[in-house]
Structures are given as structure tokens and as C-alpha cells.
Unconditional design. Structure first.
Ligand SMILES: C[S@@+](CC[C@H](N)C(=O)[O-])C[C@H]1O[C@@H](n2cnc3c(N)ncnc32)[C@H](O)[C@@H]1O
Length: 293
């Protein structure tokens, strides 16, 4: 467990993932009925952009910083607003020094009767998280495997909510664990919204995950083309070795407005966050079923 999100907080991949997360929460907030957020790979909750890790790897300068500095068309600004409002609220001065992780986004967007469950396996990170949210009775922090938690705690008693699955991809079999976890949890809670983040470092592995998941969802009757969405963003050629070139999300049971919002947002983000030749984006409103032989 060497991965430290502090080196990557606020980068292009966080931008897409966190905006999608805020849009899902905003949608849940439209109804008064309480809901549950399960964050299976929580990290430490919020990040110090002036800290040692971010100074050594200032990826946020090519992510959140570019978004804040850019001239944003009105429709893009509307989509980014819930996320940017949180970033602004955490940064009172002119310089950007703090960035919200998924737990902090959930904390700030949920209401008094909503509940947040955070899983973090790293000993020190789980302690940091626990301390950070010790005074908020709506938040439960657990030092446990988020995949096992998914299968164990779903469905939530609220019957509404969102699961965000954001693993570090330190191991080659991460996608297999992710696929396994959804196969165990979706039958228990077929109506929940699930956000899966995955890297595009290994296109073969991500295609295998997406197609395998789509095939399983369709075969088991959990998915129609309207309730699976895939959104990817790459900032340089996907074939380039080295730093992460691209990343994206697969959302099961997305808010019905998410696809239209991403269709506006992705081309804008793709050109703003570009780091070299071969940048791009894609949005599949309906994952294709594997063609029959
Ligand atoms: C990409 S970071 C999470 C970032 C966070 N979701 C955010 O958006 O701010 C992944 C985290 O998962 C933790 N982790 C790794 N394997 C885990 C597992 N099986 N269960 C729970 N947490 C795990 C790592 O220690 C790391 O802090």
C-alpha cells in the first residue's frame, strides 16, 4: 500500500471524477428523502496543495488550477458549480492551498439526515480520516477493505444513494476486484448509483473491464443502454509511456441529466487540460453489448 493520493490531488483525473460525483450528489439532493454515500477507497478526505507531496508532484496545476483560471462558458460553469463552490469555500485567500477529496465533497453536499460511510485500508490514512470527521455524527470511518464493505453493507437502509469506487491501481488485478465487487453488490442493491473510476494506462485492461461489466449487466438484466454511462478523458497520447495519460469513469444508474452535462463538459475539459499531442475524450451513453459469435 504505497499509493498516496496527496501526490495526485486535483489533477485532471480528479477533476472528471469529482465533478461527476458532485453531479450525482446534486441529483440525489433534489428529493428530500435521505440517502447514503459509500466511499470504498476514501483517501484522507482533503489535501494540502502547499504540502510536501503536492510540492514534489504539482499535478493540480494542470487540473483544478487550470479550471479555476479559465474563462468558462455559462453552460460549463453551471455544470462545474457544485464542485467549484466547494473548492472556493476551502480557499479563502487568492492562492489555492486546499483541495477536497471525495469524502469532503460528500460531507459538504449531504444534508443532516444523509449518511456517509468511508472505507480506507491504509492505517495512517484511516486515522487521519477518522480524526478529520470525528465530530460529524453522520460520517462513519472504517479501516477496512472497501470491496468487502460493498458486498457487506449494501443495500443501505435509506434505499437511495451513491457508491464511489476509486482504487489506487497499484495491483494488476485491481479491475478484476472491482468487477467482482459489483457482481456481489449490484444484485443486493440494483437501484443504487455506482461510480467506478479506472485508469486508462492499460487500454486493454480497461476495455476488458468495461466490456465484461457491460456484458454481465446486460446478461443479468441489470442494465439497459440508458443506465450505464462511460466517460473518459486523456490529456496526451494514450500510447505514451510514463505518467498517467488518461482516466475515466463508468457510472451505473447515472442521473438522467449526466450524459447531456458530460457532452458539454468533456470537449471543454479535453482542450483545457491537454498536456501534449493526442489528447481526447469519449462518452458512451450505452456500453455496447458484446456482439454474439
Ligand atoms: C485514489 S485514492 C482515493 C481518493 C479519494 N477517493 C478521493 O477522491 O479523494 C485510493 C485510496 O484507497 C486506499 N485503498 C487501497 N486499497 C484499498 C481497499 N481495498 N479498501 C479501502 N481502501 C483502499 C488507498 O490507501 C488510497 O488512500
Amino acid at each position: 500500500m504505497n499509493y498516496r493520493h496527496a501526490f495526485h490531488a486535483g489533477n485532471f483525473a480528479d477533476v472528471l471524477k469529482h465533478v461527476v460525483f458532485t453531479l450525482c450528489l446534486e441529483h440525489l439532493n433534489k428529493k428530500p428523502k435521505p440517502y447514503r454515500v459509500l466511499d470504498t477507497h476514501a483517501g484522507i478526505g482533503a489535501y494540502d496543495l502547499a504540502g510536501d507531496e503536492a510540492a514534489r508532484s504539482p499535478e493540480w496545476k494542470d487540473g483544478i488550477a487550470r479550471v479555476l483560471e479559465a474563462e468558462r462558458p455559462a453552460d460549463v460553469d453551471r455544470i462545474l458549480k457544485p464542485w467549484l463552490d466547494i473548492v472556493r469555500a476551502m480557499n479563502s485567500g487568492k492562492t489555492l492551498t486546499a483541495y477536497p477529496g471525495s469524502p469532503e465533497i460528500a460531507r459538504r453536499m449531504t444534508r443532516p439526515d444523509d449518511r456517509i460511510q468511508l472505507c480506507e485500508l491504509h492505517e495512517a490514512d484511516a486515522r487521519t480520516l477518522d480524526k478529520r470527521y470525528a465530530l460529524d455524527s453522520r460520517i462513519k470511518v472504517e479501516k477496512r477493505d472497501g470491496y468487502k464493505a460493498m458486498a457487506g453493507v449494501l443495500p443501505p437502509k435509506e434505499k437511495r444513494g451513491v457508491v464511489i469506487v476509486d482504487p489506487p491501481f497499484e495491483h494488476r488485478d485491481e479491475m478484476a476486484h472491482m468487477a467482482e465487487a459489483i457482481k456481489k453488490s449490484l444484485p443486493k442493491w440494483p437501484t443504487g448509483t455506482y461510480i467506478f473510476w479506472r485508469s486508462l494506462k492499460d487500454m486493454w485492461a480497461s476495455e476488458r473491464f468495461d466490456n465484461g461489466l457491460a456484458e454481465w449487466l446486460f446478461d443479468e438484466g441489470f442494465a439497459t443502454p440508458e443506465n450505464v454511462l462511460r466517460a473518459d478523458l486523456w490529456v496526451r497520447d494514450l500510447g505514451e509511456e510514463g505518467k498517467l495519460p488518461g482516466a475515466g469513469i463508468v457510472v451505473v444508474n447515472p442521473p438522467h441529466t449526466l450524459e447531456a452535462d458530460l457532452l458539454i463538459l468533456l470537449p471543454w475539459l479535453s482542450s483545457l487540460l491537454r498536456q501534449g499531442e493526442g489528447n481526447g475524450w469519449r462518452l458512451d451513453g450505452a456500453l455496447e453489448e458484446e456482439p454474439e459469435d
